[in-house]
Design a protein around this ligand. Structure first.
Ligand code: PMP
Length: 418
């Protein structure tokens, strides 16, 4: 079996029919060597903590870069009060839980965290379930709620964790944010499946655009379906008080299931599900990932609790983030670069061609700027882009330096809006 390394993506190695696991891994190992020898980077190493300026090792060189690769939107990974809360958590409770929640691994700080995230959304503690990652919050929830008699109807741009959650059930996808296509699927599914659950993201992770939540909600209810919103990239950023994409629609207490992460705005690790108490208790005591797997360790839980409080206590971080987003996006737009339909802290510079996108990423590194070139299969083959996450810890000088670098690269490479 020959794979053309010059055009291959990691998806090509997922399954190769004639090769056993060792042979497949071996070809993949050769591919990684090929990538390396051609100057491609597949993983850089950050040597300092998460920040808007990071020491990064690329190949043999270690340098300081202005970073746009983390989702530490409000800078809470380094907030002194969050760090202090984590230290107090470890001092009071130790390092880990050493058991799964149902057999001795459920502690008072888990209860406190459930209560804190539930009340953040105006709910009671019982209406929140916490998971070790946002990925698991999505995949475990879908896996336990939907079976072969049911259907998940998903926007095609949802996160990989949603797709994984659908492996035990039926799934139909609709083109991104296309309400006619969604309605068509809802109509044809109406009497065919037991449960119909529509799944969308609040903010989409590659384009930074939002779902039209109100319209989707009304459609879903018209056809007696349920709605799940993964708002990983919206919470802490959007909404009058930072409750996310749903807040300004007034539907926070009406969406059937809201899922999220503690690894972005809250600067830590973990995931959560907010729903009606009957659903949350079903997930809590039935999902295999809850029953057979340990959950959040003490410093993580106590750090997250402080980070949640800071959303209300220190709204200045959200204000600064928005100043940065508006300033930077305007700079890119004025230059004639294509930032698509973003309305969040995720800003793509859409280039199209994956090879040119890779080159732009490398040139940016040369300017001391660390971004993520995103290519297929994360986005469509001809929709490659440089993806940047803005944070409240970026300073004007970081943004100006990056805009100047884009100007220079744009002129050199003749990049223009299509
Ligand atoms: N949903 C979306 C939209 C995401 O972008 C991510 C993270 N990339 C996740 C879920 C998973 O979150 P976590 O990193 O906490 O597993």
């Amino acid at each position: 079996m020959n794979i053309d390394f010059t055009t291959a993506t990691f998806k090509d190695f997922e399954n190769i029919p004639d090769l056993d696991m060792m042979e497949r891994a071996s070809i993949y190992y050769d591919f990684l060597d090929y990538m390396k020898s051609n100057g491609h980077r597949y993983r850089l190493q950050n040597n300092t903590g998460c920040s808007s300026v990071m020491s990064v090792t690329a190949g043999n060189a270690t340098k300081e870069f202005i970073s746009f690769v983390t989702s530490d939107y409000l800078g809470f990974t380094q907030h002194p009060k969050v760090k202090q809360a984590a230290i107090e958590g470890i001092e009071k409770f130790g390092a880990g839980t050493a058991a799964t929640p149902l057999i001795g691994g459920y502690y008072s700080y888990h209860n406190d965290l459930e209560e804190k995230i539930a009340s953040f959304f105006g709910r009671k503690q019982e209406e929140a379930v916490i998971f070790t990652t946002g990925y698991t919050a999505n995949s475990a929830t879908l896996q336990i709620l939907l079976q072969k008699e049911d259907i998940a109807i998903v926007d095609m741009a949802v996160h990989a964790s949603v797709y994984e959650g659908c492996i035990l059930t039926n799934r139909k996808t609709f083109p991104h944010n296309n309400l006619e296509a969604l309605e068509q699927i809802l109509k044809t599914s109406e009497n065919q499946y037991r449960t119909k659950l529509v799944v969308v993201d609040g903010v989409y992770s590659q384009d930074g655009d939002t779902a039209p939540i109100e319209e989707i909600y009304h459609l879903v209810k018209k056809y007696n379906a349920y709605l799940m919103v993964d708002d990983v990239h919206g919470v802490g950023i959007l909404g009058k008080t930072g409750r996310g994409t749903i807040e300004n629609t007034g539907l926070l207490d009406k969406i059937d299931i809201i899922t999220g992460t503690f690894s972005k705005t809250f600067g830590n690790l973990g995931g959560y599900v907010i729903a009606n108490k009957k659903l949350t208790n079903f997930i809590r005591f039935q999902s295999r990932q809850q029953i057979f797997s340990a959950t959040t360790p003490p410093p993580t839980a106590t750090g997250i609790i402080k980070a949640i409080e800071l959303i209300d206590e220190e709204p200045q971080w959200r204000m600064k983030l928005w100043d940065n987003i508006n300033y930077f996006k305007k700079g890119l737009d004025d230059m004639g670069l294509d930032t698509g339909t973003t309305c969040s802290a995720v800003i793509p510079v859409k280039i199209g061609d994956p090879h040119i996108t890779g080159d732009v990423g490398r040139l940016l590194l040369g300017h001391g700027i660390y971004t993520n070139p995103i290519i297929y299969p994360a986005v469509a083959r001809k929709d490659a882009r440089i993806r940047m996450s803005m944070t409240a810890t970026h300073e004007r000088e970081h943004l100006d330096k990056t805009l100047n670098a884009f100007e220079d690269i744009k002129n050199k490479m003749h990049i223009a809006k299509k």
